[in-house]
Design a protein around this ligand. Structure first.
Ligand code: IMP
Length: 441
């Protein structure tokens, strides 16, 4: 069967911990979108692994697949694999031949365009990894695919077509001097060598065939979503979004198995007990002004600094309309709620239960980001819960969670319309309390 793990907010919900937990029951862990903009932290026995491209399951000796919906920076891929090897692991990572490659000029153009947009506040605060420009070229039918790296002639032909266009874009449109990243010969030599390593290590696959045959054999496949529903290119807060589909439908289009395969399985939404946001754009439940100290406290306690960029994250109360929207877009069969320990010991715990927009109560997000920015959250207050020994709570199980935190979780499950499968009370794998294992549903 399949289990799809999806971020239900703005990314950084702590998906890695759940992928790691349930990945133990998977034979294969596949990513279906995004690239090295994703920051996954997996902590095992106090050892911390920070991964941005390699599927988190690799830490548990699972076959990891980067599906066709991903954009792959091969240098990051090799660096992460080499580092895991140096730490004594033996990751088995396969890459879809249909996946698109992040080229050096994509990264440079990402920075150039963000800079140009910043004057009009339209910059998305990207991770600078070249994600958007690579997906642009994919849609524009001028991208380089992983399979193209394996054939020097095809690679050369593609580069000769696209690189001069990119050079002209940088120089003539943006007025920036184009460097080595825009040099056909240099790029060709580097990426030909990358293709040779991919070939030597037998890393490339026809992802749909590869994953489909595992499913047909009755094996368990876990689809690991990166980022989150509200930064989905279609369902998110456009234009402050990433350029792919983190929502569950992406698990089908981004790997090559059918939507019925994904739909027959479980789709688990990962929720952080409050909001954090690494990029720009509106955020109705953001803690600002008089609540700045509270935001600082939560940021420090929750370690809310970007895994990829190190940027401090903006903090807000849980946005429940956002979660209702996510439940609709993804069809959650279950939820995992993280970081309830971070809210422990506060004087007050609030959630944005609904919005007020032009005097009307809204229970879900409006479709345009500008209207979302005009929403005033209707806050609902919960009885706070005390600081406790969370490792002891994790060892004892769900009933040991402070009562007021349980009331918060019950409310959330009721509003989102899905049962709670797991609760995270700390960063270590042992600090995730499991109520249901989706692979055993
Ligand atoms: P990009 O994906 O680098 O193009 O960035 C586009 C938007 O998505 C920016 O607002 C980023 O901050 C955000 N973003 C991208 N990846 C992540 C992630 O893994 N977690 C949270 N936000 C992300």
């Amino acid at each position: 069967m399949t289990v799809t793990i999806v971020g239900s907010q703005l990314g950084d919900e702590g998906k890695g911990a759940l992928v790691d937990l349930w990945g133990g029951d998977a034979d294969v862990v596949a990513r279906y979108q995004g690239g090295d903009n994703a920051g996954h932290t997996v902590v095992e026995d106090g050892d911390e692994y920070k991964l941005s491209l390699v599927p988190s399951g690799a830490v548990r000796d699972k076959v990891g697949v980067l599906g066709n919906g991903c954009v792959v920076n091969p240098n990051t891929l090799f660096d992460e694999i080499d580092e895991l090897r140096e730490r004594g692991l033996d990751p088995d990572v396969r890459v879809a031949r249909r996946a698109h490659v992040i080229m050096p000029y994509h990264r440079v153009l990402d920075g150039i365009e963000e800079e140009a947009k910043s004057d009009s506040d339209l910059d998305a605060g990207t991770t600078g990894r070249g994600i958007g420009p690579t997906y642009e070229d994919k849609a524009g039918r001028r991208g380089i695919r992983v399979g193209d790296l394996l054939d020097a002639e095809v690679l050369r032909e593609r580069l000769e077509y696209v690189v001069p266009q990119k050079r002209a874009l940088a120089e003539d449109v943006f007025g920036v001097e184009a460097g080595e990243a825009f040099d056909v010969d240099a790029v060709f030599e580097e990426y030909k060598a990358i293709g040779e390593r991919l070939q030597e290590e037998s890393m490339t696959v026809n992802a749909g065939e590869f994953l489909g045959s595992h499913v047909d054999n009755g094996e368990n496949v876990l689809f690991e979503g990166a980022q989150g529903t509200s930064i989905d290119i279609d369902h998110g807060i456009y234009p402050y979004v990433t350029s792919s589909n983190p929502t569950a439908g992406g698990a089908a289009t981004g790997t090559g198995v059918g939507p019925t395969v994904v739909g027959r399985g479980e789709v688990v939404g990962i929720v952080k007990a409050y909001l954090s946001r690494v990029g720009t754009g509106p955020l109705p439940t953001e803690l600002t002004g008089d609540d700045e100290d509270l935001a600082d406290y939560i940021r420090e306690k929750g370690g809310e600094f970007g895994t990829v960029t190190g940027r401090p994250r903006r903090i807000g109360w849980l946005d429940v309309p956002m979660l209702r929207h996510a439940a609709r877009a993804n069809g959650f069969t279950g939820l995992a709620v993280n970081h309830i320990d971070v809210l422990a010991g506060l004087d007050e715990v609030k959630v944005g239960h609904s919005y007020d927009l032009d005097g009307e109560e809204l229970l879900t997000m409006p479709a345009t980001t500008e209207r979302w920015g005009e929403c005033e959250p209707n806050l609902r207050e919960f009885e706070p819960w005390p600081e406790v020994d969370w490792s002891a709570v994790a060892a004892e199980g769900y009933d040991a969670i402070p009562e007021n935190a349980q009331a918060y979780l019950d409310y959330l499950s009721e509003e989102v319309g899905a049962p709670i499968y797991a609760v995270g009370v700390g960063p270590d794998r042992a600090q995730t309390i499991e109520l249901e294992n989706p692979f055993q549903q």
